[in-house]
Design a protein around this ligand. Structure first.
Ligand SMILES: Cc1ncc(COP(=O)(O)O)c(C=O)c1O
Length: 438
């Protein structure tokens, strides 16, 4: 794509007459590969292990529908009206009760309700990042966050992880390298619990160290925690925000613990940041949807929401088990994966010579879809990795999907042995992934 202001190529100009008008920041907004394949991947015969759609069939739909009907009948004039950019006060109080489960003592005034935590990510990046600023993020990282960082022309520097999450030593090294290069780091973006896409959790003993390193270098921490209550054994971990309220912006969401389509999330900011966030939210949406906030608030007040989270956890644990046992049964030698203790995702490394991005169209032909690893890095890594989401398909479909996937990988290995490593493998280059959260 030509940079705005530069002459467009003839072909490109005829395709997009607006090309020369776009702002420079739009160069970072590109469709992810999975989006491009979405229409094919969502055909019923394809087992999609690609998206992160929650298992909504576990919700009590009848009682929710009665509750929503009653809400409109009794409170419709409020629920269908504009509200404040800050969010519905009662919901903000309830959000503080939800966060208390992970040790956070937040004040409702410091909670800003957002249209999903994706909007929180967008707002935080908007208020902190100038073009060229550096954001540190785990490698791999959540594709929707990378999309927001790219949209604001922030540069992502990845920090290594192991089975215990972000590696403190790697964080120190990344900071030192960026500082040596004279670049400015704005924040560390981290998903400490049941990481998307890596499936790992930051060890409790590392949490204080990560906070200490960031504090020592004047780096804000953005803690993104949509999966924290979805640990399969019911265990929760102390939020980073719980021990360092002045240096952590916390992002929360009802998407995975209740209903993603309501698009209700929140930011708990240090008090000094709250006002700017409200202004940023106001300029983006005027206010989050009042009806949806009131639905969440009613749900929290009238339903056994902790019991619902337990139901979700049990369903996801069964699906995780199905994915892991199918991987053990079918995957070729040379593949590795982790066993997540919560959340939605398994991160798989395939045998050498197999390129997961090049393989994706062939996998779809074999009626299985996954998210290839390259979308989760902003520096072109990840071509030997892929993410399996086990949250949506039934355990039977997961087993069948993994069986098909393993066969596709075995075919690729055969091709590789016959024709050498370059067959079907595009040259990897930097990626600019855009959100692929579905
Ligand atoms: C790590 C992470 N952050 C944020 C989001 C966005 O969630 P929401 O639906 O609240 O916008 C997702 C969704 O998949 C996610 O995995």
């Amino acid at each position: 794509m030509n940079a705005p202001g530069q002459p467009a190529k003839q072909g490109a100009r005829s395709l997009d007459p607006h090309l020369r008008r776009y702002a420079a920041r739009t160069a970072g907004m590109t469709a992810s590969e999975i989006r491009a394949l979405f229409a094919v991947a969502s055909r019923p015969e394809v087992v999609s292990l690609a998206g992160g759609m929650p298992h909504l069939a576990a919700l009590p739909l009848e009682s929710l529908s009665a509750e929503i009907g009653d809400l409109i009948a009794t409170d419709g004039l409020v629920a269908l009206q504009y509200g404040s950019a800050h969010g519905v006060p009662e919901l903000r109080e309830q959000i503080c009760e939800v966060m208390a489960l992970e040790g956070i003592h937040g004040h409702p005034d410091d909670v800003v309700v957002t249209v999903g935590s994706q909007m929180g990510l967008d707002m935080v990046t908007r208020i902190f990042c100038d073009p060229g600023d550096v954001v540190l993020a785990e490698g791999p990282s959540y594709v929707g966050a990378l999309g927001s960082f790219a949209a604001y022309q922030a540069q992502v520097v990845h920090v290594g992880m192991d089975a215990d999450g972000l590696v403190p030593e790697a964080l120190r090294e990344a900071i030192a390298a960026v500082e040596r290069a004279g670049r400015r780091i704005k924040f560390l973006y981290t998903i400490p619990n049941f990481h998307n896409p890596a499936g790992v959790t930051l060890a409790v003993q590392r949490r204080a160290e990560v906070l200490e390193i960031c504090r020592a270098h004047g780096i804000l921490v953005v803690e993104d925690n949509p999966y924290g209550l979805l640990g399969f054994d019911g265990q929760t971990y102390p939020a980073l925000r719980s021990t360092d309220p002045d240096n952590v912006v916390y992002l929360g969401s009802f998407s995975k613990t209740f209903a993603a389509g309501l698009r209700v999330g929140w930011v708990l900011a240090p008090h000094a940041v709250r006002e700017k966030l409200v202004l940023a939210a106001e300029s983006a949406t005027l206010c989050p949807p009042t009806l949806n906030q009131m639905v969440v608030s009613r749900y929290l007040a009238t339903h056994d929401w902790k019991g619902q989270i337990k139901t979700y956890r049990e369903a996801y644990r069964d699906r995780r088990d199905a994915a892991i046992s199918a991987l053990e049964q079918h995957m070729p030698v040379g593949s590795t994966w982790n066993k997540p203790e919560g959340g939605f995702y398994v991160w798989v490394t395939v045998p050498e010579g197999v390129d997961t991005k090049a393989m994706l169209p062939r996998a779809i032909t074999q009626r299985v879809a996954y998210a290839s690893g390259t979308g989760f890095y902003s520096d072109g890594l990840g071509s030997r990795q892929l993410r399996i989401s086990y949250c949506y398909p039934t355990p039977e479909r997961i087993r069948e999907g993994v069986r098909r996937l393993a066969n596709v990988i075995k075919d690729e290995m055969e091709l590789h042995e016959t024709f050498g490593p370059t067959v079907g493998r595009p040259v990897s280059g930097p990626q600019n992934p855009s959100p692929d959260t579905a």
